[in-house]
Design a protein. Structure first.
Length: 181
């Protein structure tokens, strides 16, 4: 009898460990899962996981691979933090800046092609999967004229993560695409 009670308690504790830990409800009305905690030291690993995943999707779509670009990363990081300050996911900065303005401010030597944003508690790969489900955000990821990628996040103490992905193309490539060279 004692053995059955011990096993039952052990199974109960194991199952309790599998349930969401926060108990809080997210903006979509569903329970918030275990918080995906990130720190600044995680940034390179997160960026390269996203780059590798995006490039796998682009290969499947016969689109050229992207490379990380430090200036686009800076534009993405600025916007991710600014969305958190504004507490809303949208493409305009608190200073009225557009994605084009933010990319231009970094000195990126090319053309901004697209921007995807998200406010979530999900990982970068879950966010990428969600972006792939919608045509406008999927088109940004698979745009065959894009060659560069910027990707960044800002995480609030609550665990909410603000993601920004920016794509760009060098001016030389854009001139070729437009038939100017």
């Amino acid at each position: 009898m004692i053995r059955v009670s011990v096993v039952t308690i052990a199974v109960g504790l194991a199952l309790a460990a599998c349930s969401p830990q926060s108990g809080a409800i997210g903006p979509d009305g569903r329970p918030i899962p275990k918080v995906y905690k990130l720190s600044e030291r995680d940034t390179p690993a997160v960026q390269y996981r996203m780059l590798d995943s995006v490039n796998a999707l682009r290969r499947a779509a016969a689109a050229p691979e992207l490379q990380l670009n430090a200036r686009l990363n800076a534009a993405a990081a600025t916007h991710a933090r600014d969305m958190a300050v504004q507490n809303r996911p949208w493409h305009f900065g608190s200073d009225g800046s557009s994605p084009l303005d933010r990319v231009r401010r970094t000195g990126y030597p090319g053309t901004m092609m697209g921007e995807n944003i998200s406010e979530t508690y999900e990982t970068e790969l879950e966010t990428l999967a969600a972006w792939m489900e919608e045509k406008p955000t999927r088109d940004v990821i698979l745009d065959p004229t894009a060659r560069d990628l910027g990707f960044a996040f800002f995480q609030e103490p609550s665990g909410k993560i603000w993601w920004t992905l920016v794509t760009g193309a060098p001016h030389v490539l854009m001139a070729q695409v437009q038939g100017n060279i």
